[in-house]
Design a protein around this ligand. Structure first.
Ligand code: NAD
Ligand code: MG
Length: 307
């Protein structure tokens, strides 16, 4: 910890100096598949969400955050980071993800903050409205909204993509943020932030992600539009664009078995990212010292992709 003048205490222990190429597992990975939406705890190797590594320094003290998909993946990484930075955190997840959610809620409480688990299906407008109201009630307000939940199902051909598939992807990735942000806006004071999880797919779409990739282009776009619309209200809107990250989404239909075995091999680092490696980006975008960042997309892709 540093004093007011920025001098670091002699008792402080340094964050480890690490080589990013060897820090986390590399392909080949074991073939594995789980029924959607999958559980982080059943992945091999298990993802690293920062459970052992994230160290806070009070950057979000007293803040109140709602994170969709907060049970696993990037959402869990953000939830751990936010709580350890001093925020109270409500997480939404699909009801079958309760085992993953319970682990996150325990970690939030262990960090000395209030955690609220709010399960439900984001494809339903009425639920999205209720989710925001429940989060506000549980936390006593709201000033960080992270629209992170996403649906990604690989389909080799557009001919294999059903209308039900297409609809579910649009509902989860585009409609749910629309409904949630509308419901949240009346509660957000100047200084509040909205963060969306976009993807490198917004800029460089894979052939088997026809529906998903276009939702991520839309996400990138709504961030930029809404940032302009809400600037005068003092509300910042930003996005995170991950590259290949080791999460349940990939092992529950998001990637083909061939892609999964070699997951992350194409990235210049030669491995997928772990959710822990993106947590500090969500923290940074939420923190008040990033006050000039709005309408931005921050990438984390291991060296390839955009932005
Ligand atoms: P993840 O499986 O851990 O998280 C996705 C979450 O979405 C699930 O945990 C689930 O809680 C939620 N969700 C999906 N449909 C839902 C529904 N109908 N109702 C309620 N919740 C629902 O995987 P992740 O990779 O951490 O995904 C988080 C975000 O990151 C997504 O928006 C995804 O598109 C994006 N992303 C992931 C990658 C990657 O390689 N993993 C890359 C770029 C972007
Ligand atoms: Mg999950």
């Amino acid at each position: 910890m540093a004093d007011d003048a920025g001098k670091i205490s002699s008792q402080a222990t340094a964050a480890p100096f690490e080589d990013p190429t060897t820090k986390h597992p590399k392909p080949p990975f074991k073939r594995q598949s789980q029924p959607w939406p999958g559980l982080a705890r059943d992945m091999d190797p298990p993802p690293d969400h920062g459970e052992e590594s994230y160290r806070g320094s009070g950057r979000l003290l007293g803040r109140k955050a709602l994170i969709t998909g907060g049970d696993s993946g990037m959402g869990r990484g953000a939830a751990i980071g936010f709580a350890r930075e001093g925020a109270d955190v409500a997480i939404n997840y699909f009801p079958t993800e309760q085992p993953d959610a319970d682990e996150v809620l325990a970690l939030i409480e262990k960090a000395g903050r209030k955690g609220a688990g709010l399960p439900g299906d984001l494809c339903e407008e009425a639920f999205c409205k209720k989710l925001v109201e429940d989060a506000v009630r549980e936390l006593g307000g709201l000033d960080i909204v992270v629209c992170n939940a996403g649906r990604q199902q690989s389909r080799e051909s557009i001919l294999d993509l059903t209308t039900e598939d297409f609809d579910a992807t649009m509902k989860t990735n585009i409609y749910a943020p629309f409904w949630i942000i509308k419901a949240a806006l009346p509660h957000l004071k100047p200084g509040s932030t909205i963060i969306a999880t976009a993807s490198e797919q917004a800029y460089d779409p894979s052939p088997d992600l026809y529906d998903y990739a276009q939702t991520k282009a839309a996400t990138m776009n709504y961030v930029k539009s809404l940032a302009k619309q809400l600037a005068s209200k003092g509300i910042r809107v930003n996005g995170v664009a991950p590259g290949p990250i080791w999460t349940p989404l990939q092992v529950s239909g998001g990637a083909s078995m061939e892609k999964l075995e070699q997951f992350g091999a194409q990235a210049p680092f030669g491995r997928p990212g772990q959710p822990a490696e993106l947590a500090s980006i969500y923290v940074q975008l939420a923190a008040s010292d990033a006050s000039y960042a709005t309408g931005q997309i921050y990438g984390s892709s291991g060296g390839a992709g955009q932005p």
